[in-house]
Design a protein around this ligand. Structure first.
Ligand code: FAD
Ligand code: NA7
Length: 488
């Protein structure tokens, strides 16, 4: 019985996963509270309700990407007959203000939605004191003790800083950049994660002198052929890369906003590289928010990386404590994954549904200047799993029709299907590098979920003229070694 507790469910973290779970739980008639508290960044940046995606993730980054894309299209527009001036300027402050206004309206909308659904919202930091009790502390230091039958840990993650002199004092992260009140100027991005490359892409697109410092490879975990194509395209479009290097110290050499920093780095051959930048953004990975919240007081097992270890059904080592989203070990750090996990968990707990979140064939897109959409396995993961002989890769470069009149390059965009020969050429990897990759990948991903084969793709009739139609006519295998340049 749950009568002795204040709540049926307390959700810790009001981000993508926590909000979805708390609203669904309340919908099903349960008594729910959600605690959400944003610890300011070392620079003092903070934000409202909604978590990473809305405030410092997906939403502002896609909007800044759009701002950069528009700049490119302004150039194209001249070829299409518009008298767009040769030189147009961009106002960082106006862009930030417009984007932050939109985010503000989303923050407000979430608060209203919680109130309407009768979810108690506590703008306070939660810590477990025992397996059924949390202590919350608000901005003013006011404490509250709350008990609950069940808990959901959905605390997400925060950017990690390198352990080098000057990092925390002088660098910013993705938690700061989207609300940066001044133009960043000449910028160094440290790390080759998708977050680093996406930020580098829009900064260069907006006209800033942009450099990415890469320790080893681009986009670890993603298809490496495509990762290199992304890098090559970015390099042709103004992004500089320093390969095989890590920063060793960062000093402030000029005050002001943005001021000036001296970055010392070391290459793999032990060489020292020194340069000056106005802004340094570190994007070297994220740490799950599981330390110092008393999970040990509740007996919850954590993995070595700090994430919550779960069984099937997102259940932690303590049966009445669950974890979803970025803090869950073995999951995928994506907003729609956290939302689905939260919703389905609520339905299993309070509506006796049995549907589990399916973490396989989750489509995703990297919003670099040329967007990269994928679903399923990278070519190298497919080869690892099935063996090289059993994998057939069909591929082609292509040129979007829109690029022709704009005189954009012919062979930068690329499509690839990774198929398993012994399984009737089932498609296990879908990859597209080109404009609107996210929109295209979303549609095709249902084909992968339903087990589509190469023959199904061939049998599909294209929509002309689109870029997605390339997937209905792929007829060159990688094994053949034939040229895949776009034909006229
Ligand atoms: P979060 O959304 O991080 O929410 C956790 C919340 O809990 C936060 O508000 C936090 O402040 C709060 N909290 C933490 N500890 C406590 C505590 N003890 N008490 C109270 N509150 C607490 N995903 C995509 O799908 N597409 C994208 O394009 C995309 N782009 C991204 C770009 C960037 C720059 C970043 C950083 C991430 C991006 N992501 C993207 C990932 C996506 O944002 C996350 O996967 C998603 O937000 C995870 O949701 P969550 O509910 O697990 O946690
Ligand atoms: P990732 O994907 O782990 O990326 C971290 C990146 O930062 C990666 O390029 C690392 O290089 C680099 N890195 C890590 N430590 C350092 C230091 N100390 N110095 C320089 N560069 C460093 O992290 P994210 O959190 O951005 O992404 C999380 C998830 O999102 C990930 O699982 C993906 O599936 C999507 P490396 O390759 O290790 O040499």
């Amino acid at each position: 019985s749950t009568h002795n507790y204040d709540y049926d469910m307390v959700v810790i973290g009001g981000g993508s996963g926590g909000l979805a779970a708390s609203k669904e739980t309340a919908n099903l008639g349960m008594k729910v509270a959600v605690c959400d508290f944003v610890t300011p960044t070392p620079k003092g940046t903070t934000w409202g309700l909604g978590g990473t995606c809305v405030n410092v993730g997906c939403i502002p980054k896609k909007l800044m990407h759009q701002s950069a894309i528009l700049g490119g299209e302004l150039k194209d527009s001249r070829e299409y007959g518009w008298d767009t001036p040769e030189t147009v300027t961009h106002d960082w402050g106006r862009m930030v203000e417009a984007i932050q206004n939109h985010i503000g309206s989303l923050n407000w909308g979430y608060r209203v939605a919680l109130r309407e659904k009768k979810v108690d919202y506590l703008n306070a930091y939660a810590t477990f004191t025992d397996p059924h009790t949390i202590k919350t502390v608000d901005r003013r230091g006011k404490e509250k003790i709350i008990t609950s039958d069940k808990f959901l840990v959905a605390t997400g993650g925060r950017p990690r800083y390198p352990d080098i002199p000057g990092a925390k004092e002088h660098t910013i992260t993705s938690d700061d950049i989207f609300s940066l009140p001044y133009a960043p100027g000449k910028t160094l991005l440290v790390g080759a994660s998708y977050i680093s490359l996406e930020c580098a892409g829009f900064l260069a697109g907006l006209g800033y002198d942009t450099t990415v410092m890469v320790r080893s490879i681009l986009l670890r975990g993603f298809d490496q052929q495509i990762a290199e194509k992304i890098g090559a395209y970015m390099e042709q479009h103004g992004v500089k890369f320093i390969r095989g290097a890590v920063p060793t110290s960062i000093e402030k050499i000029e005050e002001g906003t943005p001021g000036k920093l001296r970055v010392t780095a070391k290459t793999t051959d032990g060489e020292e590289v020194v340069d000056e930048y106005n802004t340094v953004v570190v994007a070297i990975g994220r740490d799950p928010c599981t330390s110092g919240i008393g999970l040990e007081n509740a007996g919850v097992d954590l993995a070595k990386n700090g994430k919550v270890v779960v069984e099937k059904g997102e259940q932690s080592s303590v049966p009445h404590i669950y974890a979803i989203g970025d803090v869950m070990e073995g999951g995928l750090e994506l907003t729609p994954v956290a939302i689905q996990a939260g919703r389905l968990l609520a339905r299993r707990l309070y509506r006796k549904d049995s549907l589990q979140t399916d973490y396989v064939n989750v489509p995703t897109t990297v919003f670099t200047p040329l967007e990269y959409g994928c679903c399923g396995l990278s070519e190298e993961a497919a080869i690892d799993k099935y063996g090289e002989d059993d994998i057939e890769v069909y591929h082609s470069s292509y040129q979007p029709l829109e690029f022709t009149v704009a005189h954009r390059p012919e062979n930068d965009c690329y499509a690839k299907l990774v198929c398993v020969k012994s399984e009737n050429e089932k498609v296990v990897g879908f990859h597209i590098l080109g404009p609107n990759a996210g929109e295209i990948t979303q549609g095709f991903s249902i084909g992968l979920k339903l087990g589509a084969t190469k023959a199904d793709f061939d049998n599909l009739i294209g929509i002309h003229p689109t870029t997605a139609e390339i997937f209905t006519t792929l007829n060159i295998t990688k094994r053949s070694g034939k040229d895949v340049s776009a034909q006229g």
